[in-house]
Design a binder for this molecule. Structure first.
Ligand SMILES: [Ca+2]
Ligand SMILES: [Ca+2]
Ligand SMILES: [Ca+2]
Length: 432
């Protein structure tokens, strides 16, 4: 395990050189050593080789917390430096999709992994869930449902709510960067799951492609409303039988920055948080697929609740920020924004030698101060482990998505423990 110091020194040197840290408001002073509000401990969990692993998920396994990642097979690691890999699902001729999540499908207290795998030469896909069976090295495969649209789900996220006193559970997904639906876990999860439509975004004014997926109570009804791309879908009281109401919150897909190509702004990484402490969740979005990408915060307008939300541009110039996590890392109670860049974008854009992990520290009133927390590890679909009680630190992690046209790329799985500076963060996994 690395200690905190090398990274802190590196970060502080970078700050001193003006490479990192930068006030996003001209009135703010240049950040200095004294203003770096958090400690950062990097963790190189695995360095694999040329194999593709585009998505990693945190899973409560039978032997403790694990990170599982899917490519053409699924590997799993304990959360530690240089962790040995366990092959839990062997290689298949067809690759696993970008979308994946972990959740307790069968209610036994450990998490299963839900992920799609291409079929029909990549033109269709099967959504699957994989079950760890105690005493067996390899996971058992079960079918959720079959997706006939290309491309396979870019995002798959758990959906849970209570309808008329009955707990329902499943996964929401976006297929073909336009089709939203969710699958409900049946009484016997080993049987195919029931499919429920949410929306075809082509019928809601979609410009090109929409991706990124997060769920949370945006409408204030205590239900898991859904955000995908530039749209949000309000969850009905009973989503097993009632339609979702779909609206735009943003218009990036039709409004690129001046001089930038159109059609990318709907493909986002997304998260939610009450960033201005008014009791309402904001949507945080990053243009995940392109260089010179935007990061923005969107607030619902009480005077026009069905219209496009008010956009606050937080940053521009990010490189393929396909990783976004909103959480309070300095312990001041205000959610902050963590953004990770890729090493190579997925669309043959020129690669970046020194992808960054940035912190946007919440200063209140939807203003943020940017810090460079790390340089040199690209990440894709970065996630946060569940926050632990009595531990003020966050653990974020991700795999780098490698692109086949760059023959020298190697996959890594990395994590960072980030916490308030006052904390003695000397054990990356204390309490985990
Ligand atoms: Ca389980
Ligand atoms: Ca708010
Ligand atoms: Ca904070």
């Amino acid at each position: 395990m690395l200690t905190t110091e090398p990274l802190l020194i590196a970060a502080l040197v970078a700050l001193g050189l003006g490479l990192a840290g930068g006030s996003l408001s001209a009135a703010d002073p240049e950040p200095s050593e004294a203003t770096l509000a958090v400690t950062v401990e990097p963790m190189l969990i695995a360095q694999l080789g040329a194999e593709h692993f585009g998505n990693a998920v945190y899973r409560r396994g039978t032997r403790g917390p694990r990170i599982a990642a899917s490519g053409t097979r699924i590997l799993e690691w304990a959360i530690q430096e240089s962790a040995p890999a366990t092959e839990v699902v062997p290689s298949s001729p067809e690759r696993y999709s970008n979308g994946a999540c972990a959740m307790d499908v069968n209610g036994d207290g450990t998490d299963e992994m839900v992920v799609a795998r291409d079929t029909a030469g990549g033109h269709e896909s099967d959504v699957l869930w994989f079950e760890e069976v105690p005493g067996q090295a390899q996971w058992q495969e079960h079918l959720v449902g079959h997706v006939t649209e290309w491309e396979a789900p870019h995002d798959i996220m758990p959906l849970e709510m209570v309808v008329a006193g009955r707990a329902i559970k499943g996964v929401a997904l976006v297929a073909a960067r336009r089709s939203l639906y969710w699958y409900e876990i049946p009484a016997d999860p080993a049987q195919p799951w029931e499919k429920h439509e949410i929306a075809d975004l082509r019928q809601n004014g979609m410009v090109e492609s929409e991706s990124g997926l997060v769920l949370g109570d945006l409408a204030g009804h205590g239900r898991p409303d859904l955000v995908c791309g530039n749209f949000w879908a309000e969850c009905p009281a009973d989503p097993t039988r009632e339609p979702w109401v779909v609206r735009r919150y943003g218009d990036w897909d039709g409004h690129p920055l001046p001089g930038k190509p159109a059609g990318w702004g709907g493909m986002c990484q997304l998260d939610l948080g009450d960033l201005d402490d008014d009791g309402q969740l904001e949507i945080v979005a990053a243009e995940s697929e392109i260089p010179e990408a935007r990061l923005g915060v969107f607030s619902r307008n009480p005077a026009d609740p069905d219209g496009v939300w008010k956009a606050t541009l937080v940053d521009t110039g990010l490189y393929c920020p396909h990783s976004l996590v909103v959480t309070d890392v300095d312990g001041d109670g205000r959610p902050d924004i963590l953004v990770g860049e890729m090493t190579a974008g997925g669309w043959e854009v020129p690669r970046k030698a020194d992808p960054k992990l940035y912190l946007y520290l919440n200063q209140g009133d939807l203003t943020f101060r940017r810090y460079e927390l790390y340089s040199g590890w690209g990440v894709h679909m970065m996630r946060m482990a569940p926050r632990q009680p009595m531990d003020s630190r966050a653990f974020i992690f991700g795999a780098d998505e490698i692109q086949s046209w760059y023959e020298d790329m190697t996959t890594h799985v990395v994590g960072w423990t980030i916490g308030p500076r006052a904390e003695k963060a000397n054990s990356a996994l204390r309490g985990r």
